[in-house]
Design a protein around this ligand. Structure first.
Ligand code: 0O2
Length: 275
C-alpha cells in the first residue's frame, strides 16, 4: 500500500484516539471538581504503527481487505487506575456510555496470560466525523493499575528485545515479578478506603481554597482594602489550622459577605434608576 493511502486510512484513527483521550481525561476533571475520587488516574493513547499492523496481519494471516475489521487495536487507549477495584468502575462507566458500543471484552485479570500479563481489555465501536462523513471504527481500550502498567511496559520492551525468543531465565523472572505485582495490588487494595478518604479531603481543600480566593478577589472590587485585608488574614489563619471543617465554615461566611455586597450593589443600581 502507498504511504499516502496509509495516512488516509490511519487519519480517522488518530482523531478517535485524540477524542477519547480528551473524554476520559475530562472524567478525571469532573470527578475532582465534584470533590470525588477519580477511578481514572491517567490516560494515554496511540495509533498502531504501520510496521506493527503489518506484523500482526502476517502473524494472524489477515488479508489486506480485512485489516480494519480484524486488526482491532489500530486505535488504542490505555486507562491507568490506582487500584484494582477502579478497573471495574471504569469498565462500568464505559459500558454505560452512549458514544461507544462494546464489541467484546477480555478479562486478563481473572484469566492471567501465560506471560503474567494482567489487564482488562475492551474493544469498542466509536464514530468519528471526517470530511467524507461519519466513520465507525474500532478502538481497543486497555484498563490496568499503575503496577500492572509498570510490569507490562518492562515486559513489552523485553519481548521487543528478544523478538519472541525470551530466554527461560528472563521469562521466569518476569513471571515472579508478575506475582509480586499481583501481591502489591492486593496489598494496596487493603488501604484503598484510607487513601481515597485522604485524596478526597485533599481535593476538597484544593477546591475550597480556589473558591475562597475567587471570592476574596471579587471582594477587592466592591469592598474597602482594609476589610479585604482583614478577610485575607483570617483566611490565612484558618488555612494554617489545616482543619477542613473550619475552612468550610469560613467559605460559607465569605459567601454570605459576598452575597451582602451583591444585594447592596443591586439596591444601589435600582436607587440610581429612580433618582
Ligand atoms: P502494541 O501496540 O505494541 O501494544 P495478540 O496481539 O495476538 O497477542 P489480540 O487478540 O490481538 O492478541 O489482543 P490481546 O491479547 O487483547 O492483546 C493486544 C494488546 O494487549 C497487545 O498489543 C499488548 O499491548 C497487550 N498485551 C497482550 N498480551 C501481552 C503480554 O503478554 N505482555 C504485554 N506487555 N502486553 C500484552 P500488541 O499487539 O502487542 O501491540
Amino acid at each position: 500500500m502507498e504511504i499516502q493511502l496509509w495516512r488516509t486510512i490511519l487519519c480517522p484513527y488518530e482523531l478517535a484516539v485524540e477524542e477519547l483521550k480528551i473524554k476520559f481525561e475530562h472524567l478525571i476533571v469532573e470527578h475532582r471538581e465534584n470533590d470525588l475520587y477519580s477511578p481514572i488516574e491517567q490516560v494515554s493513547g496511540r495509533v498502531k504503527s504501520v510496521t506493527s499492523i503489518l506484523e500482526k496481519m502476517q502473524r494472524k494471516q489477515i488479508p489486506m481487505e480485512k485489516m480494519e475489521e480484524d486488526v482491532e487495536d489500530i486505535a488504542g487507549v490505555r486507562i491507568i487506575c490506582q487500584f484494582e477495584e477502579d478497573i471495574d468502575t471504569v469498565a462500568n462507566i464505559i459500558r454505560e456510555r452512549t458514544d461507544m458500543e462494546i464489541k467484546s471484552e477480555k478479562n486478563y485479570l481473572t484469566h492471567i496470560k501465560q506471560s503474567g500479563y494482567r489487564s482488562f481489555h475492551l474493544i469498542v465501536y466509536y464514530t468519528v466525523q471526517t470530511i467524507h462523513g461519519p466513520k465507525r471504527l474500532q478502538v481497543e481500550i486497555q484498563i490496568r493499575t499503575m503496577a500492572m502498567n509498570f510490569w507490562a511496559t518492562v515486559e513489552h520492551s523485553l519481548q521487543y528485545k528478544y523478538k519472541g525468543e525470551m530466554p527461560p531465565h528472563v521469562a521466569e523472572r518476569l513471571s515472579r515479578a508478575s506475582d509480586a505485582i499481583l501481591a502489591l495490588d492486593r496489598e494496596m487494595s487493603t488501604v484503598r478506603n484510607e487513601i481515597m478518604d485522604a485524596q478526597n479531603s485533599s481535593q476538597m481543600q484544593t477546591n475550597l481554597v480556589k473558591d475562597i480566593l475567587n471570592n476574596i478577589e471579587n471582594l477587592y472590587r466592591v469592598s474597602s482594602e482594609r476589610e479585604v485585608l482583614k478577610i485575607q488574614n483570617e483566611f490565612l489563619r484558618v488555612f494554617k489550622t489545616g482543619d477542613l471543617r473550619q475552612l468550610e465554615r469560613f467559605h460559607r461566611q465569605l459567601d454570605i459577605i459576598a452575597e451582602g455586597y451583591r444585594a447592596q450593589a443591586v439596591y444601589q443600581e435600582q436607587y440610581r434608576g429612580h433618582s
